[in-house]
Design a protein around this ligand. Sequence first.
Ligand code: G4P
Length: 552
Amino acid sequence: MGPFSNSMAQNTYLCSQFFHAMKIEEEIVKRRTFAIISHPDAGKTTLTEKFLLFGGAIQTAGAVKSNKIKKSATSDFMDIERQRGISVATSVMSFEYNDVLVNLLDTPGHKDFAEDTYRTLTAVDSVILVVDCAKGVEEQTKKLMEVCRMRDTPVIIFINKLDREGKDPFDLLDELEETLNIKVRPLSWPISMGQSFKGVYNLYDHSLNLFTPGQQRLTDDNINISDLNDPLVDKLVDKRYADQLRDDAELLDGVYDPFDMEQYRTGQLAPVFFGSAINNFGVKELLETFIQIAPTPRPRETDQRYIKPEENKFTGFIFKIHANLDPKHRDRIAFLRVTSGKFERNKFFYHSRLDKKVRFNSPFSFLAQAKNVVDEAYPGDVIGLYDTGNFKIGDTLTEGEQLQFRGIPSFSPEIFKEVQNLDPMKTKQLEKGLQQLTDEGVAQLFVHEMGQKKVIGTVGELQFDVIQYRLQHEYGASCRFNHVSFFKACWITATDPLKLNEFMRRKSEYVFEDKDGNAVFMAESAWILNVMKQDFPGVTFHTTSEFKTEMA
Ligand code: G4P
């Protein structure tokens, strides 16, 4: 081949690379991948449903709601089974709205599945946090926010249930700032609430959205009010409330800086909206602002370098594994978040942890809640991969590069129990079952170095029922869980290895290994943990398995 044809070939190659890169960039700007999160009962499911109605992904209200685990004390194992059956379908809800492809990742509302939620948050680029206007910031709101803060995830806050009496909106904003440790900026403002709720004033585009009790609104009939002193406002909402709104607006302008996109995108400032999800009120504004301001797929940190979504080469990670409860179908579904380049069906990719090539002939997407086989996927997309046991949570796929994504830590569980094998003939099955359930992230397993003591850690009691049931039905192993009085699992490190060794020797009874062989100290109480910190100043105690940022 002469030099001419060589350069022709090179040009063709460069052109194809160029168009490949252009296509990836085009797809990236179209995507918003996020989750709606809340303390149970604040209105997450209701808001999700309204978004899906707007996006045309569902036709009737109630479609998502009926899938939800009941939060009451009646939650039992049957509820979990029911939930597991349908949760693949609702794990990712993709729909198009105003030419934007929205990927909404579902997070379990039930407190016992909080760990699942934390992991899902590693796969999103932003979140909408729903807060009940009467209850304000609740326990789970704080925890979820801490997880968001670890990765500087941009947050929009939706204050819900304005059709009910709630806390004063200024007090709510103060509470959000104080307890969630984030600056806030209201972008809409309620005019009264409860029985006398009149509507919201959009501080961003200066329009009034009037509330009519019991009316579901899918149309946009906001009234433009460029000047709040316009007498029309008095007519529309009654003079008393109009005056209050004027005072509030003046105060808001004095107290809060104008909305700053950069601060929102870096997770320092949360814009706040008010509304009522059940009445579909304030929801359209929220969705439309979200589409405008929420970030497109963001770069991700790995142990080697930052991965930019627009890179030509594909990378992605597994953040969730869903097992099939049916023993006849032991396949599992691994959820992959694409982080850069283009994922392609039937192409060989590199499984970084196992150091082997893998390919998928029927990966599927979740557009409009149906499982469709996809040929390609782009950054921000989540696809389901059928798995026969190759994947663990946190696994990375690339086009050959050896890397591991950061920001998929394990968090300290809240409930600990020791596993007691009830059938010594089935010890192997028990071990295998525990190993696989841990890989899936159902619970965390801590093994005592010396003996064979195995402790399971979860965030909720329900998981123990799930584990027991699955060990029995899928692995034929039976076990019992015995009480152990641990309060927290702390991953331990020290700059001086001698100090760490000394600690591990002196406290050996309480030092366990996690699934990756890291040393973990099991603290029996907050008091003991403090004593340890004082007695062993050279040792650092972390409450997550990744030590860059700490949860409180
Ligand atoms: P969650 O997913 O965060 O747990 O909350 P979910 O949407 O299930 O809402 C919890 C309860 O709050 C539901 O009532 C729901 O109807 C109600 N709700 C949601 N948004 C609003 C709102 O804007 N105003 C009022 N007043 N209520 C709202 P439920 O009685 O538990 O269930 P259901 O019988 O209504 O289905």
